[in-house]
Design a protein around this ligand. Structure first.
Ligand code: TXA
Ligand code: MG
Length: 328
């Protein structure tokens, strides 16, 4: 587990333009100084991430959000400031907002675009690292591009060990799925990626309606969408199918894994199964989701069949990730 020394070392490495993996409450991030173009370029290189997919900037306080964004260039600076004030009750936490980019943020963080995703993480190790480093940390999830996000330090070691300068171990991530991404670029706030901060919570806190990804029509202009969300994402190497896509008399391959939320009994032979939350708790289901997908992916299976739930509340983010993982 983490020692204070690791955090101190991590802050020093970031200041030298090096890469540090660190825990957040959602997933582990691969951090670099968000003001350092060369360090950020290494993040893209190490992850094999397409340069058109922008990164999330992590900061310690709401006034840092105002510093590294340029709210004066918003569609309505007064409304946006008031929305940020309301959202500040959700920070630190698993919510990233999209705003016009502040000039201190390196342009490659934002994939050359004019907007930036920014959040205040809740994990005490991430907050301490931000405090000691004293600057903004650009950090995508610390996995190879297109693979399942890491929720333990071991997951990070498994894929990026030889390519990064330090992995700070903060134990398993409590939330387990990536932050909600909320665009504040237009009069109606839009969720670009569902996460643990749900659309219900956001419209309550903001006191206005919030556009959910479910409501996005295929004809929406692409600039309104999150670039990273256009592609298949978060997928294990083993093919994944939702249980609802399996018909009763269908022939399945010999080695099938089952990812069970709580009490589903598959009607086909299963080589290996994982139960995410015996009591049917959605938060526990989310926290265990990516680790279980990785375990099943390592079990030499031909197919992973995954359970499903209602896409409401946290279920929306869980189903979003599983639907993406099942896209071939
Ligand atoms: O929970 C999280 O958000 C984790 C932890 C480490 O904070 N980070 C994370 O980063 O999931 P990443 O890079 O794997 O996902 C960032 C998402 C992508 O879907 C990306 O397209 C979107 O945020 N994004 C970043 N900047 C954006 C922007 N300016 N406009 C629209 N979408 C943006
Ligand atoms: Mg990612």
């Amino acid at each position: 587990m983490t020692t204070q020394d690791d955090i101190v070392k991590g802050a020093a490495l970031l200041a030298e333009g090096r890469l540090v993996a660190f825990p957040t409450e959602t997933v582990y991030g691969l951090g670099a100084d968000a003001r350092d173009e060369a360090a950020v370029a290494r993040v893209f290189q190490v992850k094999g991430r397409p340069s058109n997919n922008p990164l999330i900037v992590h900061v310690a306080t709401v006034s840092d959000i105002e510093r590294y964004c340029d709210i004066s260039r918003s569609w309505d600076p007064t409304v946006v400031r008031s929305r940020l004030r309301k959202l500040s009750t959700l920070w630190p936490g698993p919510l990233s907002v999209i705003l016009p980019r502040g000039k201190e943020v390196a342009t490659n963080v934002c994939a050359g675009g004019d907007t930036v995703a920014i959040r205040i993480p809740r994990h005490p190790v991430a907050l301490k690292l931000l405090e000691l480093f004293g600057g903004p940390i650009a950090a995508p999830s610390a996995n190879q591009s297109m693979y399942v996000s890491p929720t333990t330090a071991q997951h990070v070691r498994d894929s990026l060990k030889d390519t990064i300068d330090l992995i700070i171990d903060g134990g398993p991530c409590a939330v387990g799925i990536e932050s909600t991404v909320l665009s504040l670029l237009h009069s109606t706030p839009r969720i670009l990626r569902p996460g643990a901060v749900t659309s219900e919570t956001l419209s309550d806190v903001l006191g206005c309606s919030v556009q959910s990804p479910n409501n996005l029509k295929p004809s929406e202009p692409e600039e309104l969408l999150s670039p990273g969300m256009l592609a298949k994402h978060y997928a294990p190497h083993t093919p994944v199918r939702l249980k609802t896509s399996i018909s009763q008399h269908e022939g399945l391959p010999p080695r099938v894994g089952a990812l069970i939320f709580s009490d589903w009994n598959p009607l086909f032979p299963v080589t290996q199964s994982k139960i995410l939350s015996p009591n049917g708790d959605l938060e526990e289901t989310a926290a265990h989701l990516f680790g279980a997908l990785r375990d099943l992916d390592a079990a030499d299976l031909d197919l992973i069949v995954v359970d499903t739930c209602e896409p409401i509340g946290l279920g929306e983010a869980i189903m979003d990730r599983l639907i993406r993982a099942s896209r071939r």
